[in-house]
Write a protein that binds this ligand. Structure first.
Ligand SMILES: Cc1cc2nc3c(=O)[nH]c(=O)nc-3n(C[C@H](O)[C@H](O)[C@H](O)COP(=O)(O)OP(=O)(O)OC[C@H]3O[C@@H](n4cnc5c(N)ncnc54)[C@H](O)[C@@H]3O)c2cc1C
Length: 345
């Protein structure tokens, strides 16, 4: 039976991703009574990475709380990272409640009154400090076309093996979409990559670009650049090409890998102020505190729409900024020096 949730804690950290866990370590090492909740499992975003995926970041830059990340190759796999973050929770004795989602939080005197959903129903937890480390992986950028919610359409790529012998349409043209196209092709799928831009961006990883371009030139992967998706049916994807003509592409499975966004609705409900364009939450760069006193944003969620600005490597000291003193904050900034961590003010 699930342990009952505490009625009150000093700090509630929402999100047990790498940054939420790093925040929990920073808090508990300072004797702050801390609870971490996560809507899914520990490191649920990494759970949803493709099976067997290798991180591009070297292992020491994925580490939190100075716990060493050992891996069998030069870089950690998804599975090694999951084992690592699980192990950190155990070694630090963090109180993490999984499958517990924050629904709302309102100021009530000096506290926040937070309503969470668990398998057993809704519960209320009071806290004086609230840290959102909720990332962005839950909220795909939807295409908004008919058929997008059909069961063979996914906004997350699971593993290439499932696609062997199938017609696969991949929508998107950034690293995830291109990597998925190459993996599905190598697993024996007939792949069509549909991208709305006329060219791939310069930020495409340097080792993916020649591989993709060579596969396209050899006719092994079909690319439709400058194309717009009009609709998805159980068997086809209808697109409008760069020349304005429509084309119906066979598709047994569709991966719409068009990026993700943080939960703007939740941030608005919590009363967090944004910049004039409404893209980036306002944060105090020293403490990562929002316009709501006592409410901080840590990790990717703090970058708003600019999800690629903050990742594990340059978010993992955010807990030092939130729970530390002036010298811990300076030390965190020094560690971020090579990969500055932009924040909206
Ligand atoms: C395929 C892929 C490869 C990547 N490779 C790298 C890499 O090599 N190096 C790198 O540094 N970064 C990499 N990233 C980016 C990295 O995954 C993110 O930057 C990182 O996970 C951000 O950590 P986080 O703790 O801020 O958020 P997340 O890891 O996204 O964690 C957020 C957590 O919050 C939970 N949550 C969300 N909403 C709620 C709610 N309302 N209530 C409770 N819990 C909630 C989620 O379930 C999740 O577990 C990669 C991303 C992808 C998709």
């Amino acid at each position: 039976m699930a342990r009952p949730l505490p009625e009150r804690v000093e700090a509630l950290i929402v999100g047990a991703g790498p940054i939420g866990l790093a925040c929990a370590i920073a808090a508990t090492r300072r004797d702050v009574d801390t609870l971490v909740i996560d809507a899914g499992a520990i490191a649920d975003a990494i759970v949803r990475y493709p099976i067997g995926m290798t991180f591009f970041t070297t292992p020491e830059r994925l580490e939190i709380g100075n716990h060493p990340l050992a891996c069998s190759g030069a870089k950690a796999t998804r599975e090694e990272a999951l084992m690592y973050y699980r192990g950190v929770v155990r070694a630090e004795g963090l109180d993490v409640r999984t499958h517990t989602r924050l629904l709302s939080a309102v100021r009530d005197g000096d506290d926040f009154r937070c309503v969470v959903a668990t398998a057993g129903g809704e519960a209320t937890i009071r806290c004086t400090r609230l840290v959102l480390a909720t990332g962005y992986f839950d909220h795909p950028n939807l295409l908004g076309v008919p058929g997008e919610s059909l069961p063979h359409v996914s906004h997350w790529f699971d593993e290439p093996h499932r696609t062997a012998g199938l017609d696969i349409v991949i929508i998107g043209g950034k690293n995830s979409a291109v990597e998925t196209a190459l993996q599905c092709h190598r697993a024996g799928a007939r792949v069509t990559l549909v991208y709305r831009r006329a060219e791939f961006k310069p930020s495409l990883k340097y080792w993916l670009r020649p591989d993709l371009e060579n596969r396209i030139a050899a006719g092994e992967i079909t690319a439709r650049l400058g194309a717009e998706v009009l609709s998805i049916s159980p068997t086809h994807v209808l697109i409008r090409g760069a020349d304005g003509s429509d084309e119906s592409i066979p598709a047994d499975r569709v991966y719409a890998l068009t990026g993700y966004l943080p939960d703007f609705d939740l941030m608005h409900r919590l009363g967090i102020a944004f910049d004039a364009a409404g893209d980036r939450p306002q944060l105090d760069p020293a403490t990562l505190e929002t316009s709501v006193p006592g409410l901080h944003l840590a990790g990717s969620v703090g970058a708003g729409r600019f999800t690629s600005e903050v990742f594990i490597e340059n978010g993992r000291y955010d807990g030092e900024k939130i729970f530390g003193d002036a010298s811990s904050r300076l030390a965190a900034d020094a560690k971020y020096e090579a990969k500055p961590r932009p924040v909206g003010e």
